[in-house]
Design a protein around this ligand. Structure first.
Ligand code: IPD
Ligand code: CA
Ligand code: CA
Length: 267
């Protein structure tokens, strides 16, 4: 295993311990609102702290971008760690056991290493640039569907961006008419990891943040899939509008949502 991936795995497992300990005593968890339908708990902060401490021990000079801490600039900006300490906070708060730790490492702006860890199931998804993607050490690949018929897609509702509800519903409706079924499980990181593992055939969501998608993007690419914005371009990190699936299915998804994007989502 690549030495940086090794540290990322250690950091994710440390955060997982913090999360599981608190999940067993949910009544003690403090919840605060940080935006419209956007919550942060004492556990998000503690898990992020555990990750940062683990990284700092081995790579004190690297830059860290954490959802809760913002940018912690190190002396070596070529190496950037992008962290979501708890993806699926709403599930966590509600006691729904579906959430993950997501850690990606970018080298000179390019995704290089990725870990998504589901501490409930003990599932560790990892990817290294050019070396493929794994689940608990076993190679994973995206499902190579050509058509939407027979597929199951994952999505996230735009609950933090309700101004996009109508456009989203139109996109959803157009896709739903063609697919077998849809899932809204509540963790974008796990949605992407499941696309990489071939459990889900594709995923789309509006307005995600870089820490939601960084590790998942490398997993999908290394598992043989594609990640793009809603027009097939590469603006998804900036816009947060993301589609992921197999190379062939991606075309179908993009074609199906195109008529419903409007001005706001065509970037
Ligand atoms: C959220 C989850 C959710 C997605 C939201 C994200 P958080 O992340 O990934 O599935 O629909 O858009 O913000 O806030 O739980 O880290
Ligand atoms: Ca997130
Ligand atoms: Ca989070």
């Amino acid at each position: 295993m690549h030495p940086m991936l090794n540290i990322a795995v250690r950091a994710a497992r440390n955060a997982g311990k913090v999360i599981i300990r608190s999940f067993e005593q949910l009544d003690k968890v403090e919840v605060e609102s940080k935006g419209s339908n956007d919550f942060v708990t004492s556990v998000d902060t503690a898990a992020e702290q555990a990750i940062i401490e683990t990284i700092r021990k081995s790579y004190p000079e690297h830059t860290i971008v954490g959802e809760e801490s913002g940018v912690l600039t190190g002396s070596d900006d070529d190496y950037q760690w992008v962290i979501d300490p708890l993806d699926g906070t709403t599930n966590f708060i509600k006691g729904i056991p579906h959430f993950a730790v997501s850690i990606a490492i970018k080298v000179k702006g390019k995704l290089d290493q990725a870990v998504i860890f589901d501490p409930i199931r003990g599932e560790l998804f990892t990817a290294s640039r050019g070396k493929g993607a794994q689940l608990n050490g076993m190679r994973i690949r995206v499902q190579a569907h050509k058509e939407l018929s027979g597929t199951v897609l994952a999505t996230g509702f735009p609950f933090k961006h309700k101004q996009h509800t109508n456009a989203y519903m139109a996109m959803f409706g157009a896709l739903f008419a063609k697919t077998s079924d849809m899932r809204r499980a509540g963790s974008a990181a796990l949605d992407l990891a499941y696309v990489a593992a071939g459990r889900i055939d594709g995923f789309f969501e509006i307005g995600l943040k870089p820490w939601d998608t960084a590790a998942g993007e490398l997993l999908v690419i290394e598992a043989g899939g594609l990640v793009s914005d809603f027009t097939g371009g590469h603006n998804h990190v900036k816009s947060g509008n993301i589609v992921a699936s197999s190379t062939r299915l991606q075309k179908e998804v993009l074609k199906t949502i195109r008529p419903h994007l409007g001005d706001a989502l065509s970037k």
